[in-house]
Design a binder for this molecule. Sequence first.
Ligand code: TYM
Length: 337
Amino acid sequence: SETSLTGIKPTGEPHLGNFVGAIRPALELTKQYESIYFIADYHALTTIRDPKLLRHYTRSVAATWLAAGLDPSRTVMYRQSDIPEIFELHWALSCVTAKGLMNRAHAYKAARDKNAATGREDLDAGINMGLYNYPVLMAVDILIMESDVVPVGKDQVQHVEYAADIAGSFNHLYGDSYEFKIPKAIVPEADTGRTLPGLDGRKMSKSYDNTIPLFLPEAQLRKLVRRIPTDSTPVEAPKDPDSSAVFQILQQFATQDVITDTRKRLMAGGVGWGELKNQLFEVLNQEITPLRERYHALMEPDSELDALLAEGAQRARERAQRVLRSVRSAIGIDTER
Ligand code: TYM
């Protein structure tokens, strides 16, 4: 069967946006695909400079996958850093990647635009080579596991296209000897509906510092839900559900009946934002509570988490080694490992 692969960068506590945009849809694909999940800890190094924090976030992402229902006996889950083959292939693929392609990458361009906007003379100020090379490393993640599909949110689609592009360059040169599979992004249908808004109304994102972490204690979850922005429409007045961040989040967690009913009640007027927020809190808390308990158990230092990661790494390495052996031979590196 075809292979699906996806990764999450351990740069913060997993949040509702990751859950809705990546974790839940990727877990759904387990039914159809041979599924691979990993924690992109070396990718996180472009921004996380505190080793304790990197360790914590890395375990936290792994625990989140498991708490959300990943079945380690039917899927592969590993830490990127446990697969040294990735870094060997990274160099080989860097050498077939056009520098111009990297110049056009969204994240790199955004960082330069920010420098321009703040009047910096050197547009590359504060940009490290990790950020610049980021798309090549991500291409390697995808290609080394011979992935057919890559479920991601909209913001990562360019990266998957780059992976396809880089695979094409390699195949063009060495295809007689070894061909990479050309991967395709899968974006959860109606992604606009699934790009979850955060606490400032913009896309929920660790880099905007506007997230609602998945596994907050109940009281804090309630507090953050209260902070989701709303307009000043009075309680009695009819409201437009689709322009409300609270409703957009509710839509991702409530049952179809509840969504339809709430939509009607908002449009009729008489429901205040405070009431809607209480409803959202209840719905969220009900869905998250069992996951939260599993998560905290897995985060204990002596849980089965580390053994599961080690086992996943072993299975992933076997795959990576197989591909790398073919690649080495195709490019003319005759090291035997
Ligand atoms: P990361 O860690 O930023 O995000 C993980 C996944 O969550 C999705 N996502 C969202 N979806 C909907 N609404 C939101 N508000 C939201 N916020 C995040 C992202 O699109 C992503 O799918 N570069 C990747 C990690 C990575 C990777 C890979 C992914 C490294 N190598 C190989 C797939 C394949 C990243 O930074 O994701």
